[in-house]
Design a protein around this ligand. Structure first.
Ligand SMILES: NC(=O)c1ccc[n+]([C@@H]2O[C@H](COP(=O)([O-])OP(=O)(O)OC[C@H]3O[C@@H](n4cnc5c(N)ncnc54)[C@H](OP(=O)(O)O)[C@@H]3O)[C@@H](O)[C@H]2O)c1
Length: 259
């Protein structure tokens, strides 16, 4: 299988490293800025060097706003039975089809833990996709984490708001938690270790448990204890719920704008 990857930034680059190791495919990457990329791929600096070539899969990993400028020049490089794959947030398969015509389009929505093989990968296939194209999408998703097949693009946009953008929320919450620990007198190094290990341990424990997370929270709160005092402050006036609801809603609305 010959795969062309257009865009090797944070997300495309993270996924490429896993794909090279896991997939029986030849990768060609468009790498305009000449940044160091993993061995095992052919790098080109633009479409001109690809004249006459055909690819079984063309993966778009540029910003959604860049797609209308970038994709037209590459569309004719797709093999007759090939498929387009986009990892761009929001930009719909109909908007891609408006550029490339009635071709198979898979949308794969990863998140940054793809770097360590822990991406939550939403996948949607348009009606032009065959079982073989779906199988390619499944391979791309499994190489970087877990595939989550979805029946509609609205669902994919909602997954984007929760999981695609999610690592950013987690990093921001961790940053604020670390700053609070520093406020109690810990050095940045110690605060970072305490917070990341606490978050990592608690999340791993919740993931391995069948219990509802609210039950897990209750199990660490004893009456008039320290955790209860902290949780009461954290949940004051429902601010945390309101903030997180607003967070995912804002990301979803942005995905809708990008369609
Ligand atoms: N970052 C995330 O956590 C995340 C999560 C889920 C989905 N995504 C999606 O992944 C896509 C890429 O995001 P990113 O965070 O990886 O952005 P990024 O780091 O800015 O990467 C974008 C890449 O596009 C390339 N590019 C731009 N114009 C090009 C052109 N004309 N020809 C070839 N390459 C071109 C850039 O190459 P140069 O550097 O050479 O200009 C750059 O490597 C976005 O659509 C985003 O919605 C990102």
């Amino acid at each position: 299988m010959d795969i062309l990857l257009i865009g090797c930034g944070k997300m495309g680059g993270a996924m490429l490293r896993r794909w090279i190791d896991a997939m029986p495919a030849r990768f060609t990457t468009v790498n305009r800025s000449g940044r160091a990329l993993p061995a095992g791929t052919e790098h080109v600096d633009g479409v001109d060097t690809l004249a006459g070539r055909r690819f079984d899969v063309i993966i778009l990993a540029v910003k959604p706003q860049q797609i209308p400028d970038v994709l037209p020049a590459y569309a004719s490089l797709l093999a007759e039975d090939g498929c387009h794959v986009s990892i761009a947030a929001g930009f719909s398969s109909a908007s891609i089809a408006a550029i490339v015509g009635d071709r198979p389009v898979l949308r794969l929505m990863p998140n940054l833990p793809a770097l360590i093989g822990r991406s939550v990968n939403g996948i949607y296939a348009n009606s032009a996709c065959s079982d073989r194209h779906r199988d390619i999408g499944d391979q791309l998703a499994r190489a970087t984490g877990t595939p989550v097949w979805l029946d509609s693009e609205d669902e994919l946009d909602r997954l984007t708001a929760v999981a695609g953008s999610g690592p950013g929320y987690v990093f921001e919450i961790a940053r604020s938690y670390i700053a609070a620990a520093e406020g109690l007198g810990f050095s940045n190094e110690t605060a970072r270790a305490l917070v990341l290990e606490t978050m990592g341990g608690a999340i791993e424990m919740a993931a391995r448990s069948d219990e509802d997370v609210a039950e897990l929270r209750n199990s660490v709160m004893s009456k008039k204890g320290t955790t209860e005092a902290g949780i009461n402050a954290l949940r004051r006036d429902g601010q945390l719920d309101a903030l997180l609801t607003e967070t995912v809603q804002a990301a979803y609305e942005r995905a809708v704008e990008l369609r």
